[in-house]
Design a protein around this ligand. Structure first.
Ligand code: ATP
Length: 647
């Protein structure tokens, strides 16, 4: 299957992250490369995103080069002016040569300024486009990645990668990369001119490049490590902010604000120390290269004056030599900042591709199948499931004190269960027995790790995810609503091209969510994070309405009525039984009243289905079922009304 976004080579091409050393940041580049080659190899991965912007970048770079050449031409004019019109005008009234030199310097200055303005105009827009397209690719990939990935990655890490890392990259593309090329060219041309003007003086100045290169080499490997650490710590900090904002009610209710603050403060302090360390490392490097360049210029000045007095160099050439040195010294001093920016950008690219390279293991098959006449029969055939490993220990954002290799455990260990078309099957089991895990396999939130799960004879892994979504819909106990209108939230999964209003009416009635019509703007009221807040029971009813509106063949419900009062639950239950006669329903029952929905009940025990039958049969014959039901009655806040089950 072709890669569906630029920058992604092939599915499953993630670099092996499990064996890398934390001190060496992970990247798409082979780790055997020397640091500078690794930087180039990593940044080269941007090419697919960068390609459309190349013409404008090249134009911008040419403008920047033009500006540098204009600046470098000024010393040549000065040299000519000092050695010719200026000397000629001593004791003469003719100043025309001097005025010409002034006009030339002015013209070159204006040209330099114009080139700089043009450079900005060319590069600003493509830089933002590259950033936007990379952000889009990341978002699409995040949407595509399976639930297991999102279980493992902290939200703050994803947030910081998609926002601050990509912002950093844009700044590097728009400024750092361009100026790196331009400054390197300016230094090369400038030093060439200095050799031309001052002979050995220029060569002596060039010799200062040797210690500069040595310091650059040492600096780059150290700075890469620190910048990776600081970006990862910033991501951790974002995760902490996200968690404390989400959990603000719990923190307030338990009076844990102080602890949360202390935890945040410790993390912020760690980041501050890393930033200080980074700034000191950069400062030492900048000091070294500036000092080397300045000391060398001072030595050149002494030698130059001596050579001029000896008549081996003209005063004009000496003036031009030092004016050129001033033009070159700017780029030399900037080089340190640009190198650090480049290393920062490399880290940002590494962190970006850490996510983008994560293969999607819940993927569409090469040759998809779909049931010809969907009836809604669901068959679990020796299904096994084990949750994926924790993230590898070298993930820099992981807490190094946390154990990494936790033993893998089969949550489901040979599930055999057939749910007949149109049947309602309740899944009952003790807390942690794997009920949610079991039903999550039906819409492929996770893939089975053994055995198979078939709908109407077709393995769910052989269907496209789109086809599967049309067949199966799900409502969770923890109802998530999006910042959108009631209508948009409910019709989120409704089939396209059907009468949305009819689906909406039916779904709201079944889920007893007519209260939405009384909201300030009725069904057009915005709810969710940015809109009106709803109660837990109201949210659950909307989530149920959303699942019903999708008109699925198979409806999967993870205790979706837990927050409803008994009377409302009874009405919803009755409507569901009435409306869903053709729909196969698998419902996780956490309270006896939910079992009332079911035609049959499956008991999940020790990773297998230990019994299937009607509630009455199981009560009479299955000891573990009696135990589970009695514990559910206890849990159910004293609500121990008799359970009515039709079979
Ligand atoms: N994302 C996950 N990653 C790793 N392990 C998980 C994950 N989700 C659940 N588990 C583990 O799998 C086991 C089964 O969890 P599951 O949520 O399926 O149980 P459950 O029967 O639905 O529980 P409950 O009745 O409390 O909702 C538990 O031991 C749990 O710790």
């Amino acid at each position: 299957m072709p890669s569906d976004h630029p920058g992604r080579g092939r599915r499953g091409s993630a670099p092996d992250q499990s064996h890398s050393d934390q001190s060496e940041p992970r990247s798409g580049a082979p780790s055997t490369l020397p640091p500078s080659a690794a930087v180039v190899a990593t940044l080269a991965r941007l090419y697919p995103f960068f390609r459309p912007a190349i013409p404008r970048f090249v134009a911008g770079m040419l403008c920047a080069l033009g500006a540098s050449l204009a600046a470098l031409a000024i010393p040549q004019v000065i040299r000519w002016a000092v050695d010719n019109p200026l000397l000629d005008s001593v004791g003469s009234a003719d100043r025309s040569g001097v005025w010409l030199a002034v006009a030339l310097v002015l013209g070159l200055g204006v040209l330099e300024a114009a080139f700089i303005a043009l450079r900005r105009a060319f590069i600003l827009i493509p830089g933002t486009r590259v950033e936007a397209s990379m952000r889009l690719a990341l978002f699409r990939h995040l949407q595509d990645l399976p639930v297991a990935f999102h279980d493992q990655w902290p939200g703050g890490q994803l947030l910081s990668r998609s926002m601050s890392d990509l912002g950093m990259l844009r700044r590097w593309l728009s400024f750092g990369m361009v100026m790196l090329v331009v400054n390197a060219t300016t230094i090369a041309v400038g030093v060439g001119l200095m050799i031309y003007l001052g002979g050995w003086l220029g060569i002596a100045y060039l010799a200062s490049a040797v210690p500069v290169m040595y310091f650059s080499y040492r600096f780059s490997s150290r700075f890469r490590r620190i910048s990776r650490l600081s970006q990862d710590q910033a991501g951790d900090l974002a995760t902490t902010v996200e968690e404390s904002v989400h959990g603000i009610r719990v923190l307030k209710a338990f009076g844990r604000g102080r602890e949360a603050y202390q935890n945040f403060s410790a993390q912020a302090d760690r980041l501050r120390h890393t930033e200080l360390h980074k700034a000191r490392t950069l400062g030492a490097f900048l000091f070294a290269i500036t000092a080397i360049s300045e000391v060398m210029l001072g030595l050149c000045l002494i030698a130059g004056v001596w050579l001029a007095l000896d008549g081996q160099i003209t005063v004009g050439a000496l003036a031009a030599f030092f004016t050129t040195a001033v033009v070159v010294s700017g780029p030399v001093e900037q080089l340190g900042h640009l190198v650090s920016m480049t290393l920062f950008a490399k880290t940002a690219v590494d962190r970006y591709f850490d996510v983008l390279d994560t293969p999607n293991v819940v993927d569409d098959p090469a040759e998809p199948q779909r049931p010809e006449h969907p009836r809604g029969e669901v068959v679990f055939d020796k299904v096994q499931f084990v949750y994926p490993d924790e993230p590898p220990p070298d993930h820099a954002w992981r807490d190094p004190d946390r154990p990494c290799e936790e033993p893998r455990r089969e949550v489901l260990d040979g599930i055999d269960l057939t749910v007949r078309p149109g049947e309602t099957m309740a899944i009952v089991g003790l807390t942690g027995s794997g009920k949610t895990t079991l039903i999550s396999l039906v819409p492929r939130l996770f893939d089975v790790t053994g055995g198979s799960l078939r709908i109407d004879g077709v393995d769910v892994r052989d269907m496209t995810r789109h086809d599967l979504r049309e067949l199966v819909s799900i409502a969770f106990e923890d109802a998530t609503l999006f910042s959108a209108t009631v209508r948009e939230n409910v019709l989120l999964g409704a089939p396209e091209g059907q009468d949305g209003d009819a689906d909406l009416d039916r779904a709201l009635t079944v889920a007893q969510a007519q209260f939405t019509r009384g909201l300030p703007h009725g069904l057009e009221t915005t709810i969710g994070e940015e809109g009106l807040s709803l109660s837990g029971g109201q949210r659950q009813r909307l989530a149920l309405a959303r699942a019903v509106a999708a008109r699925p063949r198979v409806l999967v419900l993870d205790d979706p009525l837990s927050a409803l009062d008994v009377a409302t639950e009874e009405i919803v239950t009755a409507h569901l039984r009435e409306e869903l006669t053709d729909t196969t329903t698998i419902v996780v029952a956490h309270r006896p009243s939910t079992v009332a929905l079911a035609d049959r009940v499956a008991v999940l025990q020790d990773g297998v289905i230990s019994a299937v039958g009607t509630h009455t049969e199981l009560l009479a014959t299955h000891e573990h079922y009696r135990f589970v039901i009695s514990s559910l009655v206890d849990e159910d806040s004293g609500e121990s009304r008799p359970v009515e089950v039709s079979s």
